[in-house]
Design a protein around this ligand. Sequence first.
Ligand code: GRF
Length: 219
Amino acid sequence: MSASKKLKLGVLASGGGTNLQSIIDQCQQQQIDAEIVLVLCNNPGAGALDRAEKAGLPNTCINHRDFEAREAFDEAVVAALQEAGVELVVLAGFMRIISEVFVAAFPNRIINIHPALLPSFPGLHVQKKAIEYGARFSGCTVHFVDTGVDTGPIIMQAVVPILDEDTEDSLAARILQQEHKIYPRAIQLIAEDRIKIDGRRVRIDDSVDAEAALINPPL
Ligand code: GRF
């Protein structure tokens, strides 16, 4: 890690927060040039709040049920993120659709992780959908967030095989292992300013193994 200024992250979560944990760990171990300045949950029971407390991180719950309109909830979230000085918004299992108000406040500064290989299988229950479709591979995708559902430009993906014996849970667990690797890595690429958005394409200043291929079943 360089001695450069740390990128200030606001992490938004609704559930257990294992992706949050992997980002906490990599920040603490100084493997990424970032610091979490706010953990924000929309759900008072979110395990992510316990993880934030345990790590001594600023955290807050803004309950979406207290707001009549999606925009009013988003305005409150944006105000909290701005107040904390957040530079990059990291959605980590945040189960709310983001409105125009939110996207406009952080242009190209909101990222999400999705447990499928976008543009295949956007939305919910995607591990089950990938198995039922008969796909031989699934994986996870880190992408910029726009006002669509899982439609923004793709930053990074990891691919895992789908096995004959897979259940929704076993596939989700295999994908989650990769999520915990690629999400901190994508944050680091942004912290190092190595990412440029070119229309739908994200250009990354990095080396790539052009011969790399995964084949399932193997040759
Ligand atoms: C992950 O599968 C992520 O891809 C999706 O929501 C899940 C969050 O899991 N967006 P966790 O709360 O980080 O454990």
